[in-house]
Design a protein around this ligand. Structure first.
Ligand SMILES: C[S@@+](CC[C@H](N)C(=O)[O-])C[C@H]1O[C@@H](n2cnc3c(N)ncnc32)[C@H](O)[C@@H]1O
Length: 201
């Protein structure tokens, strides 16, 4: 087994052993170890949440006083004390619906959204970035001032433009490639800190 495959297998096994629904859970835990974005009592929204690994990590860290809401186009198995709705980030009414369900603006928006992969790098890049732009538009409407966000993006020639647009909205925007990501994968995360708060509903 090649080193990369062994690493992939290791995270899959760890997820199973520790009761996480996805290997992706370890990516969020890594991001959180570096940036401490999930804290007790926070209100968190996770866009593109199925099967729910990030929801589990979010719930664990926010504790009883926090609130976690997940959104996905596909049904997600229920999770204790986590609200899950079916929704599409391309739907322009979604932000308002989330805001209503949360009852206030949120501290953190997560987006691990990925389209069905075609294998054509440029096409997948464009599709994924367009979904991420829509996720960001939702974030701008529901985040509290100084709130944070994490967006998955597929690498490609339009990535820096996305980063620059996010930089207008957040005080600090960093790229992060978790060790739990496959090296060959084009995914990278944009960790966005300190929402400037211009578009809240
Ligand atoms: C990589 S998975 C997320 C994994 C998740 N973070 C976890 O830890 O289990 C990407 C998700 O994005 C969802 N997705 C794709 N297009 C979407 C859209 N337009 N709106 C909402 N979710 C979408 C997919 O259904 C898929 O479940």
């Amino acid at each position: 087994m090649r080193l990369q495959e062994a690493k992939y297998e290791l995270y899959r096994r760890l997820a199973k052993e520790r009761g996480y629904r996805s290997r992706a859970a370890f990516k969020l835990m890594e991001i959180n170890r570096s940036y401490h974005i999930i804290r007790r009592g926070m209100y968190i929204v996770d866009l593109g949440c199925a099967p729910g690994g990030w929801l589990q990590v979010g719930k664990k860290f926010v504790g009883g006083y926090g609130k976690v809401l997940g959104v996905d186009i596909y049904p997600v198995e229920p999770l204790l004390n986590v609200q899950i709705i079916k929704g599409d980030v391309n739907d322009t009414s979604l932000a308002e619906k989330i805001r209503e369900l949360m009852g206030r603006n949120v501290n953190l928006v997560l987006s691990d959204i990925a389209p069905n992969i075609t294998g054509v790098w440029q096409l997948d890049h464009i599709k994924q970035l367009s979904m991420t732009e829509n996720a960001a538009t939702i974030a701008y409407k529901i985040l509290t001032r100084n709130g944070n966000a994490v967006f998955k993006a597929f690498e490609g020639n339009m990535l820096n433009e996305l980063r620059d647009r996010l930089k207008v909205k957040f005080n600090n925007v960093r790229f992060y490639k978790p060790r739990a990501s496959r090296k060959a994968s084009s995914e990278i995360y944009l960790v966005c800190l300190g929402y400037k708060g211009s578009e809240q509903i």
